[in-house]
Write a protein that binds this ligand. Structure first.
Ligand code: SF4
Ligand code: FES
Length: 291
C-alpha cells in the first residue's frame, strides 16, 4: 500500500497546480474571536483573537480544542460527545446559537466569533449556566404520570399505543436539552423566569403521550404568570433547534390542549398478555426508577 508521502509526491508530479492549491488549503488559517469571562475578575465579556490553522472538516469545537491545546490552556468551554448528541457544546457562533461540534468552520468565513449562549448566565468563558433551563424542565414533570402506581413502580405489562399516537409526540422526544432554543427566544431575553420553549415543548411531549394522564398537573405549572401565554410566537426557537424539533409548534399545540383538553382523557390501557408465551418466573425485573 502506498504511503501518504508517496501519494503526495505522485500528485505533485502529475499536477503541480493541484498540489499547490492543496498545500495552501492545508496551511490556511482563520481568525477566531472568542469571548472571555472570568467571574473572579471580569464584569463583562472581553474579546480575544486567535489565529488557528484549519483542516478539512474542522468544526468550531475542533478550533476551540486547538486553541486550548496549543495557545491558551485556560480557555473554558463544554463538550462531550462531539457528534451532536449530548447537547453540551451550545454556543453563539457568528450571531446564531449553534452546536459547536456540528458547525464546520468552512461554512463561516475567515473570521469566526464565538460567545456563550445568550439568555443564560455565564460560568466562565463559553460555559453557560444551564441550571435555569433544567429547573424549568423539571418543573413541567417530564415523565409519564399515571395513577396505577404499583404498575409504574414495577411494570408487568406493556402499554398499548398505536404508531399514530406515538407520532403525536415523537419529534419532541428528540430534544437534547441543549438550550439553543432558549438562547434564541426573545421572551426569554426579557423575562428570565419565562418557562421557555424547551420546557413548554416538553410539557406537550408528555401530555400528548397516551400513556400519560398528568395533564392537569402540568397545566397548573404552565398556565401561570411566566408560562405559556407569554410566548409571542416569534418562532426563533424552532429555527435554532439543531435536532429538527419544532418547539413553537409544541407550544401552540399545548395552548390548544389547555383549552380543549388532551385528545385522550384516560391513560393507555395495559395490554393483556397471551398466557402461553410469558413465563413469569423468567421475567426480568424492572430497573429502579431514574426520576
Ligand atoms: S428543543 Fe431543540 S434547541 Fe431546544 S433544547 Fe431541545 S434540542 Fe435544544
Ligand atoms: S459535544 Fe455533544 S452535542 Fe456537541
Amino acid at each position: 500500500m502506498a504511503s501518504t508521502s508517496s501519494r503526495s509526491t505522485a500528485v505533485a508530479e502529475a499536477n503541480p497546480a493541484q498540489a499547490e492549491a492543496a498545500g495552501a488549503a492545508a496551511a490556511a488559517t482563520i481568525t477566531v474571536r472568542v469571548a472571555r469571562f472570568d467571574p473572579e475578575k471580569d464584569k463583562a465579556l472581553r474579546w480575544q483573537e486567535f489565529s488557528v490553522p484549519t483542516a478539512p472538516g474542522m468544526t468550531v469545537l475542533d478550533a476551540l480544542v486547538s486553541i486550548k491545546e496549543h495557545q491558551d490552556g485556560s480557555l473554558a468551554f463544554r463538550s462531550s460527545c462531539r457528534m451532536g448528541v449530548c447537547g453540551s457544546c451550545g454556543m453563539y457562533v457568528n450571531g446564531k446559537p449553534r452546536l459547536a461540534c456540528q458547525t464546520q468552520v468552512g461554512e463561516l468565513g475567515q473570521v469566526i466569533e464565538v460567545a456563550p449562549l445568550p439568555n443564560h448566565d455565564v460560568i466562565k468563558d463559553l460555559v453557560p449556566d444551564l441550571s435555569r433551563t433544567f429547573e424549568h424542565h423539571r418543573a413541567i414533570k417530564p415523565y409519564i404520570i399515571r395513577d396505577d402506581e404499583a404498575e409504574m413502580a414495577s411494570p408487568t405489562r406493556e402499554f398499548r399505543q398505536t404508531p399514530e399516537e406515538m407520532e403525536r409526540y415523537l419529534q419532541f422526544a428528540y430534544c437534547l436539552k441543549c438550550s439553543l432554543c432558549v438562547a434564541a427566544c426573545p421572551t426569554a431575553a426579557t423575562d428570565p423566569l419565562f418557562l421557555g420553549p424547551q420546557a413548554l415543548a416538553q410539557a406537550y411531549r408528555y401530555t400528548a403521550d397516551t400513556r400519560d394522564c398528568g395533564w392537569q398537573e402540568r397545566f397548573d405549572v404552565i398556565a401561570t404568570d411566566h408560562g405559556i401565554f407569554n410566548c409571542h410566537l416569534a418562532g426563533a426557537c424552532s429555527e435554532a433547534c439543531p435536532k429538527g424539533v419544532d418547539p413553537a409548534l409544541g407550544i401552540q399545540l399545548m395552548k390548544r390542549t389547555l383549552v380543549k383538553g388532551p385528545a385522550h382523557r384516560a391513560p393507555a390501557p395495559i395490554v393483556e398478555e397471551p398466557k402461553s408465551v410469558i413465563d413469569e418466573s423468567k421475567r426480568p425485573q424492572a430497573p429502579p426508577p431514574t426520576v
